[in-house]
Design a binder for this molecule. Structure first.
Ligand code: SAH
Length: 474
């Protein structure tokens, strides 16, 4: 280890930055953020630095560096593009035992600035000891993606209750308590911005801890459920929140639409349970409800991972009814629904100023007949996306035609959207069925009808002419 990572308190301490350009600016800003009394030595200042100086945030020592400026200073930075000056600052500082950083020159430095993630009071610093700053920044980005945006709020929340918990629980119980706070519903609530809910969860957690530590048992943690939308299949389309929770889950209940590529982003040692429903299989939804309740009751963090969005044809609504009925805390993370994934992946705008002003997502299970207004769907200025429609294709098209849609009404079928096997078929109501069967289209696939469907998977400009000729919003 070439450098010892420490966090230095510089608030109200004098520091010196030599160099008034943009590098000097960045270093001065870090010092200002941490509350230091900054002096910048330079013949001239960068406009931003000059603004800080005018506002009285820092002091400008106009002119060249002189070693006497180091008197009383606790840290110095040399950020000039003149190596001789940088060397002079480094030598003078080291002679006086003052910590010094020379930008881009680890040899001349006794301290370095790490790449920082600031979720104050939580701060993460990453350093490559000057060997590979670009790599250090990339590591920082990767860590940053895993850290919830409201992590600082969580730290403050815990800080606020520290004393009270200290008074209430013994040392061992306390540690177990805080671990449950960090891993459980209390943290989930704070990270969602629901401080009231968090207070309630904390009180109930504290009560459980008191009772169980009085009874001399280990204390059973409260489990919870994360209802997570996994998006259309490509793991890069998972949300940051989905990734964070997938890293925490003890158990993962996943569907047929959730592929291996998505599961790979989950915690390695989580228990994975496949709960995919084959069409028409009875009792499977009940089994899912039982598993959710059972594992959460036993104190586990259960991720219910669904393709697309949990609340779009995902039966998420029924699952939260069950969780509510059993008093199990849960959180819902939206996912990119298949229609949005397919639209982006096939360059098909679902609405378009000249072509379509509205869009509907419909289940393609039209056989039950209880479906909405087909005449509305038959208007090409309205986009309709049919989910689960492959087997139903002929039925859907017959109904659209019966409701007045023309044979030339644009239609597209998008199969395995966002996945490596994605295929886009573009046609019209007269030929899309034949195209799909010739190409052996298989689920999962979506049917899109409406003027915009003519844009699917095509060079947008030339297709726009075709789409406009259908007369939508012309
Ligand atoms: N909750 C999911 C939908 C579940 S219903 C969501 O929000 O996307 C299942 C149907 O979604 C499939 O039959 C298919 O029509 C559609 N679907 C899901 N993933 C898809 C994909 N990658 N490509 C095309 N269609 C998809």
């Amino acid at each position: 280890m070439d450098y010892l990572p420490v966090f230095l308190r510089v608030s109200d301490q004098p520091v010196l930055v030599v160099g008034g350009g943009d590098v000097g600016l960045r270093k001065a800003e870090w010092f200002l953020k941490a509350g230091a009394r900054v002096t910048v030595v330079a013949p001239e200042l960068h406009a931003e630095l000059a603004r800080y100086a005018r506002n009285g945030d820092l002091r400008h020592a106009e002119g060249e560096f002189s070693p006497t400026q180091l008197t009383g200073v606790i840290a110095a930075v040399a950020a000039t593009d003149d190596r001789a000056v940088n060397m002079a600052v480094s030598a003078a500082a080291r002679e006086r035992g003052i910590a010094v950083n020379v930008v881009d020159d680890p040899e001349l430095s006794t301290f370095i600035f790490p790449a920082i993630i600031d979720r104050s009071p939580i701060i993460v610093a990453v350093s490559s000891a000057g060997h590979a700053p670009v790599l250090a920044r990339r590591v920082r980005e990767q860590i940053e993606a895993l850290l919830p945006g409201r992590l600082g709020a969580l730290a403050n929340f815990m800080g606020k209750h520290r004393r009270a918990v200290q008074r209430t629980l013994g040392r061992l119980a306390r540690r177990a308590f805080w671990e449950r706070v960090v891993d459980g519903p209390v943290a989930t609530r704070v990270l969602e911005g629901d401080e009231d809910g968090a207070e309630r969860a904390l009180r109930s957690e504290l009560l459980t801890s008191q009772l169980t530590s009085a009874a001399g048992t280990g204390g059973s943690p409260i489990g919870e459920v994360y209802l997570i939308g996994a998006g259309p299949g490509n793991p890069d389309l998972l949300t940051l929140r989905a990734l964070q929770l997938l890293q925490q889950a003890d158990v993962i209940l996943y569907d047929r639409l959730v592929g291996e590529a998505v599961l790979e982003r989950a915690r390695r040692d989580a228990l994975r349970i496949f709960v995919g429903k084959e069409s028409g299989e009875r009792g499977q939804q009940e089994r899912i409800h039982e598993l959710l309740v059972k594992h959460a009751r036993e104190g586990r963090k259960v991720a219910r991972l669904k393709g697309g969005d949990p609340f779009i044809f995902g039966r998420g609504g029924e699952e939260i009814e069950v969780l509510n009925a059993h008093g199990i805390p849960f959180t819902v993370v939206p996912g990119i629904t298949a229609a949005l994934g397919a639209a982006a992946a096939s360059r098909l705008p679902l609405t378009h100023r000249r072509l379509a002003r509205s869009v509907t997502f419909v289940t393609g299970h039209v056989s039950d007949g209880a479906l909405p207004d087909w005449r509305f769907f038959a208007n090409p200025a309205h986009t309709v996306v049919f989910y689960m429609g492959v087997a139903q294709l002929p039925g859907i098209i017959a109904r659209l035609r019966a409701a007045g849609a023309t044979g030339g009404h644009p239609a597209a079928v998008i199969e395995q959207a966002t996945l490596p096997g994605q295929r886009v078929l573009r046609g019209t109501l007269s030929d899309i069925c034949a195209l799909a069967s010739a190409q052996h289209t298989e689920p999962p696939a979506l049917l899109v009808v409406g003027a915009v469907a003519a844009l699917a998977g095509a060079d947008a400009l030339s297709a726009l002419a075709t789409a406009s000729s259908t007369g939508a919003l012309a």
